[in-house]
Write a protein that binds this ligand. Structure first.
Ligand code: MG
Ligand code: ZN
Length: 216
């Protein structure tokens, strides 16, 4: 019975996700669902991205968080449209939450919408939000075994950002091994080595986002 329940939940989610996707396509906005475990640096990468793309792309952000509005406040300081979704402890975003967050969202005035998912390496992968693209972050402080241990999160990714690469010398993280695992788990994904702190790799990452926005 439980199996049936889960599959119904996902079916309903898929219907709503398809509605969101139609809406994004009608408005010509590229949408990226950004996912990772907690603390991988999603919000920090977003801040650096918004700084770099200011005046070049019109970007909106949906911030998913369990309880606080802290991340949304950080993003709001960048002067972009941001809506917070508090999941009240829920461990992933779903298409219904995103649909509700879009109610007053000026989608027609945006080139790119970035959705920061709840930090979690398991179930966000199962919930299509209607996004056109998925970006996974993997910070070098997490260890390079995560793509093979949590393949479902990585296998549908269009981009994988290896974040905090400035910290590699202080960890056992093996960039080469991570990239060769990713080539097997997520062969379609573009892989970026990024440090939001030093700026390394931000140009390539921002060029990728710009390319998505231009094609939307
Ligand atoms: Mg965050
Ligand atoms: Zn969940």
């Amino acid at each position: 019975m439980k199996v049936t329940l889960v599959s119904n939940v996902l079916k309903v989610n898929q219907t709503l996700a398809n509605e969101n996707r139609d809406r994004f396509e009608r408005n010509g906005v590229a949408v990226v669902n950004m996912m990772s475990s907690p603390g991988a640096g999603k919000t920090t990468l977003l801040e650096a991205t918004l700084d770099r793309l200011a005046g070049k792309l019109r970007i909106g952000v949906i911030e998913g968080d369990l309880f606080t509005t802290r991340d949304a406040e950080r993003i709001e300081r960048k002067g972009v449209t941001v809506t917070q979704i508090n999941t009240e402890g829920g461990c992933h975003l779903d298409a219904n939450m995103v649909s509700a967050a879009l109610a007053d969202f000026p989608l027609d005035q945006l080139d790119l919408l970035i959705i920061e998912n709840v930090g979690n390496l398991v179930c966000p992968a199962e919930y299509d939000l209607g996004e056109g693209h998925r970006a996974m972050l993997l910070s070098v402080t997490e260890g390079n075994d995560k793509p093979v241990k949590y393949p479902r999160m990585f296998m549908k990714a269009d981009a994988v950002v290896l974040s905090k690469v400035d910290l590699v010398p202080y960890t056992d993280f093996d960039l080469g091994e991570a990239e060769s695992d990713l080539a097997k788990v997520a062969p379609e994904a573009r892989v970026f080595r990024v440090s939001s702190r030093t700026g390394e790799g931000l140009e390539e990452w921002c060029n990728w986002l710009t390319g998505l926005a231009k094609r939307a």
